[in-house]
Ligand binder design. Sequence first.
Ligand code: AHR
Length: 584
Amino acid sequence: MFEEMDHSGDGGIHGQLLQNNGFQGTSLGMTAYAPVGNVTISQDKSKSVSNSITSSLKVAVPNGVTDYVGFANTGYKGVPALAATYKSSFWMMGRYSGTINLQLIGSQSGIVYADHNMTVKSTDSKFTEFKTSFNATHSPDGENEWHLTFDGSKVGGSSLNFGYIQLFPPTFNGRENGLRDDIASFLDEVNPAFLRFPGGNNIEGLQVDSRWMWNTTIGPVVDRPGRESDWFYPNTDALGLDEYLWWCEDMNMAPLLGIWAGKSYGDIISGPDLEPFVEDIMNEMEYLFGDSSTHYGKMRIENGRKDPWKVEYVEIGNEDDLTGGCESYPDRFNQIYKAIHDKYPDVKFVASNGDFSCLPSPLPKNVIIDLHLYRKPDDFVKLFNQFDNQPRDQPVMIGEYGARNTSSAEGIYWPYMQGSCSEAVYMMGMERNSDIVKMAAYAPLLEHFDFVSWSPTLYGFNSTPNSITPSTSYFVQKMFASNKGDTIVPVHTTADFGPVYWVASKTDSSYYLKLANYAKDPQTVQVRIPGTKTGRLEMLSSPQYHGNTPFNVQVQTVTTSVFNPSGNYSINMDPWAVAVLAVS
Ligand code: AHR
């Protein structure tokens, strides 16, 4: 489950590295900019780069300057300098013909990791875009900034304006405006099956007008205005609808698209007032599915996607059982469901909550309900049998879950072994009931360690190269997602569930036994799987309150080979360990 929070997207998985690059939103001012040399820099609201990017950076140069001068952008608390080829671009206005110098340079150290000259010719009548690429070398830390300088002697007594600056390291699958390769590859290794996006709270908006709006997140990035988000910083929306869908295709994930359904934190829109918004949703659907004869289908093709997108699942809203949404949700749901279902009968729907007093009655058949659970570890374990006696005709998604203490004052605030073990136990309860539990997503996914408003997350990073830090929960997700049978098989045991929990599944060729020891004492588990003899044991274990901490990865899955001609395996489980035995 992905939403823009903790700079998970801007400054995170989205590849663009410069912060406040289009002066979007209302709260950043001059954040991340600094003068280089004897110049004055300011946000210039009188010179718009486009209709959407309505400010630019004015660099005023006094008379008598002879040096190269310009400005720095300090990125998202630093700019990672990797031994890689970077792409950079910027818009420029003002009379200048000559060299522009770009550097990646240590903020304190002054060490230059990239130094690149390019020749430009810009005029004072309009903004012109310039693009270039250059090689950089690896920096030991992320305390670097991007510098753009020009020959001050040619501009003395005047000024130049710069706008919508961009800097990209290599992107995942080499996509333009793509994902940062290292952060995206790390997710790909988990083998995710679907992506729920773009929120979460962030779809809802603090006010109706600041909701996530699909149509302002498409097309050239310079035409995307961005917005003040629900998570305390402006979103650039450079990671927009099409980018999310390319991301899904590149990682072979089914997209689960959240759509705005009338609830913001400021106001709720329902009844006839919702109709224009339903029309907007239908435009979004046409953008996804329409052919070239349709207005929005044509727009999608112009934006680089010829074939209709394959969006199988649509979720109507987010957490409409909360923040005043309950009473009106049944009607809002029905209004939107009917409009989409009538025209696109193959779309599968997710309702944004599981409280039947906030859902239509009856809920249309096959609509999946979405439960969100952030619980303490013991509470997850108590929910191991949550789905055992649920009606078998009501499909469920756990659209968000993660073990979490309820406040940072309670201590550990980043996944630790006991919490990750409890998630494993809860997931076994889901897997045992996978006839009704169709999908599940740990949340939130990602955090930039220097911009945290919500923790824990599955993994984190900051501007230091190689700073990606997987949590213990990352490894649980990876173990479980990578070892899936297609049939749950019965397990005959001499013990009851607790403290050891298990679930077994198989495919035509392999058996998978998942185990968790939610206890302070070790356990030995004797397993017999007739007809099997060889495979592997994946084991994640660590003391109760231990886990990985930013930049300090001590706990990770250890894989060993197993072999026994009679299919007997002895598995030593440390306290709080999670294991998968995969044999054939
Ligand atoms: O995942 C963090 C937040 O938790 C989500 O935005 C919201 O849906 C939930 O309340």
